[in-house]
Unconditional design. Structure first.
Length: 323
């Protein structure tokens, strides 16, 4: 009994701040809990919902959470605006960001330039909308011909479903499936994934409080391994992953969340780069290109440097193969 108590006391507490709600792409983290991957690393992990990357990053930077999940563009801006903030990314999860334009084919949206002469609904704080100028420049879209309608997150997909806008900015696996749930036929929906149309930027990554990481390097390394194991489990059986998710969010539609998870796997996580190199790392040249693209939409106060935004020292020497 004493040995069990000592083991329990030895576990490192690592609450994990997500960027969004408990939807399909969050399922792998619950698999890491349910399948014992965190426990095997000596970690006690709880997963908490978020309200966007702008919510998760300061939680980690202030030390309220040791680890979180956030998109790289938001992280770059935060670090630039808060020099020396103790936060950085340590594991890339969305090798391709989910930033997308989701439109209706019945409204003439099938390719990027079809947005000209149309109405685009965009929540002002949305990450996809923040990258729209890069997407527009890479695809020769005349932005003066696009009517932008500011919308709220709760009204974004309903406005597209009701035909009040022709397209919306959002995450591919969120906006497309939410629009389908509102009755729009799947064959009427176009998903323009920005990463497939010139955007070099990386997507969401595991971020860490660097003070915590300095004091607990083995815990962070174990966390990374456990996250990869959870994604490997989810890739092997997305339907079971969605069922596990439902234990933590009974309101979810497991069929839809299975589809959402599969979309995130196919479009964002299990890319050609990840199949070849394993999960978690980045390509330095691509990261530099993404910084140059960021300069098109954000004026850096300080000189940008990829080493400020990503630290690969917590990744194992052997590739984290998840396919």
């Amino acid at each position: 009994m004493a040995l069990c108590s000592s083991a329990a006391l030895a576990e490192v507490e690592m609450p994990f701040a997500l960027d969004w709600k408990f939807e399909g792409p969050a399922a792998p983290y619950f698999l890491s809990i349910e399948n014992g991957h965190f426990e095997a690393e000596g970690l006690s992990v709880t997963v908490l919902e978020g309200a966007g990357s702008l919510d998760a990053i300061p939680k980690v930077a202030t030390g309220a959470f040791p680890v979180g999940f956030a998109d790289m563009a938001s992280l770059m801006k935060f670090i630039d605006q808060n020099p020396g903030a103790p936060v950085t990314a340590v594991m890339m999860v969305y090798d391709k960001p989910a930033f997308s334009i989701v439109g209706r084919k019945s409204h003439g949206i099938e390719k990027p330039t079809d947005l000209e002469g149309k109405i685009l609904g965009a929540p002002p704080p949305d990450g996809a909308w923040a990258q729209f100028p890069v997407f527009a420049a890479e695809n020769n879209i005349d932005v003066s011909k696009v009517t932008v309608e500011p919308v709220g997150f709760p009204t974004r997909e309903p406005m597209l479903a009701e035909g009040k806008v022709d397209a919306i900015a959002g995450f591919s696996f969120t906006s497309s499936l939410n629009t389908m749930r509102l009755g729009v036929p799947e064959d009427d929906i176009t998903v323009l994934l920005m990463a497939n149309h010139g955007l070099a930027l990386y997507g969401n990554a595991v971020i860490v409080n660097t003070d915590f990481a300095e004091e607990n390097p083995d815990a962070v390394k174990g966390f990374v391994r456990a996250i990869a194991a959870g994604w490997k489990d989810a890739i092997a059986d997305p339907a079971t992953a969605a069922q596990i998710l439902a234990n933590h969010n009974p309101a979810v539609d497991t069929d839809f969340e299975t589809r959402r998870l599969k979309m995130s796997i196919d479009d964002n996580v299990l890319t050609d780069y990840v199949r070849e190199n394993g999960m978690g790392g980045i390509d330095a040249d691509r990261m530099d290109r993404s910084i140059e693209q960021m300069k098109m939409v954000y004026e850096f106060v300080n000189e940008p440097d990829r080493e400020l935004y990503f630290d690969d020292s917590f990744l194992p020497e052997e590739p984290l193969k998840i396919n």
